[in-house]
Design a protein around this ligand. Structure first.
Ligand SMILES: NC(=O)c1ccc[n+]([C@@H]2O[C@H](COP(=O)([O-])OP(=O)(O)OC[C@H]3O[C@@H](n4cnc5c(N)ncnc54)[C@H](OP(=O)(O)O)[C@@H]3O)[C@@H](O)[C@H]2O)c1
Length: 443
């Protein structure tokens, strides 16, 4: 082994993921080094609090509280940015790329906010940026899009990208439990962050959707340009209504591209999926992504979307690619070059206007329980050419209120938004309506 080339790794962030990467490299060192044909030196790790006790032990001399010192150290070949956030993480990433180093990141928020700048810096200075762990954890989805499916264009990609939300929705459905109670349990069990908003309001999924849209279509879509709706207004009653209609409810990212017009749509919202659909059956913290390619057809990926081991697996996969690149293995070099630049040239791509985003809808209304209400609601919908497909009515608290659940025939986002505005003006509508999309995806 002594004649093997040696590569030095610095880890910025020694929390859940950083410790997982360190632990698994140490555990599998012999196999990894044999596979990659190089010696891997774990040189140092940066943390915020040097005194914190950590399950994975490393020599105090290898710990620093200065991640920028790792990023700028010319002896470090590969910098892993595993701190999170978009401030210092950006500085560390740009500093390392600016000296031509390789950066590996699990940070979808950073990529979503600063991806253009990061890739431009890598191109300018000959650095390389790898990010397999940023979407869908242990599922090698980015590799699948960039390499296995490189011959394809992608009219449709959709799936579950946030394990916390999928856990909460699964528990609500299975236990018939309200959102707040399940969220409390999820926090106690460590499945949800103390501040859950990034997950449950859909933003974490939106960051990942932005990364996937960039990979598939070579263009950056900001979360502010997407439809982003979370799971926080869903009730156990919605699961019952959905089941009565033959559906389950999942928080999905949906990326559609119409190649005849160039229009792209990226959205994140709770979606009714037919109970028999394979993605509807993916429960708990698991992720599931369906990728429709115009050459390969549909491929489906299911696995652990987060957690120490699954995420470390993805980071180490990037590390092995990075080492192959540094060894100047030509085949790997070409692959890595493809990773640093957009997956494909930026095609003329524009965001679909709301009237071109078509679908069927589920609308839950709390209304006053009196004659003529359904007629007023039907009229508000008809004014926007939204036609009703089914109605479920049930009594509801407080006394004198009723719950109305309507599904629509095919319509579009502009018509539904206008309908919601009209409904909000009706005196008989007592609460803000809940709008869910119905997912008409073939598997
Ligand atoms: N956890 C997952 O399952 C998962 C899955 C996929 C992707 N990711 C992504 O991976 C990244 C890391 O996540 P994580 O769960 O491992 O986070 P974490 O457990 O909170 O760890 C963050 C680490 O970064 C260090 N750090 C933070 N700010 C720092 C600063 N200013 N200076 C020096 N060190 C600093 C922390 O130091 P201290 O330990 O001293 O606080 C900690 O060691 C994030 O981008 C996350 O989105 C995580």
């Amino acid at each position: 082994m002594s004649s093997l080339p040696t590569f030095t790794i610095g880890i910025c962030g020694f929390g859940t993921v950083g410790q997982g990467v360190w632990k698994h490299i140490e555990r599998s060192r012999a196999t990894l080094e044999a596979r990659v044909g190089a010696k891997l030196v774990l040189a140092c790790a940066a943390v915020r609090d040097l005194k914190k006790k950590r399950p994975v032990k490393i020599a105090a001399s290898k710990l620093t509280d200065d991640p920028l010192a790792i990023a700028t150290d010319p002896k470090i070949d590969i910098v892993c940015e595993l701190m999170g956030g978009t401030g210092l993480a950006r500085e560390v990433t740009l500093a390392a790329l600016s000296r031509g180093a390789i950066v590996i990141s699990a940070n979808k928020a950073l990529i979503c906010a600063h991806g253009e700048e990061i890739f431009a810096t890598a191109r300018k200075h000959g650095g390389h940026f790898f990010f397999e762990a940023s979407v869908a954890g242990g599922i090698p989805l980015i590799k699948a899009l960039r390499e296995g499916l490189v011959a394809n264009r992608f009219p449709l990609i959709y799936g579950i990208l946030n394990g916390t939300c999928n856990y909460i929705l699964t528990q609500m459905e299975e236990q018939d439990a309200p959102y707040s109670a399940v969220l409390g349990d999820a926090k106690r069990l460590g499945y949800a962050e103390a501040d859950e908003s990034l997950d449950v309001l859909g933003w974490d999924t939106a960051h990942k959707a932005a990364v996937l849209a960039f990979l598939a279509h070579g263009t950056w879509v900001k979360p502010a340009q997407m439809i982003v709706e979370g799971i926080d207004r869903i009730t156990p009653g919605d699961f019952k209504n959905a089941a009565a209609l033959g559906y389950g409810i999942k928080l999905l990212a949906v990326i559609t591209r119409d190649f005849s017009t160039g229009e792209l749509c990226v959205r994140v919202h709770p979606t009714l999926l037919p109970e028999s659909h394979v993605v509807a059956k993916v429960s708990g913290v698991f992720n599931a992504v369906s990728v429709q390619g115009d050459v390969a057809g549909t491929t489906l990926y299911i696995g652990r979307g987060a957690g120490q081991d699954a995420t470390a697996s993805a980071v180490i996969s990037d590390l092995v690619d990075a080492v192959s690149l540094l060894k100047n293995d030509r085949r790997a070099f070409i692959t890595a070059r493809k990773r640093s630049a957009p997956a494909r040239p930026v095609l003329a791509c524009r965001l679909a206007p709301p009237e071109h985003i078509r679908g069927r809808y589920y609308l839950r209304l709390t209304v006053s329980d009196e004659p003529g209400v359904l007629a007023q609601i039907a009229a508000a919908m008809a004014a926007q050419h939204v036609s009703i497909a089914s109605v479920i009515q049930s009594a509801q608290e407080p006394a004198g209120a009723a719950s109305l659940v309507l599904t629509t025939h095919w319509s579009n986002e502009r018509a539904l938004r206008a309908t919601l505005r009209r409904l909000a003006r009706l005196r008989c509508v007592l609460e803000k309506p809940l709008l869910l999309r119905i997912g008409d995806f073939s598997e």
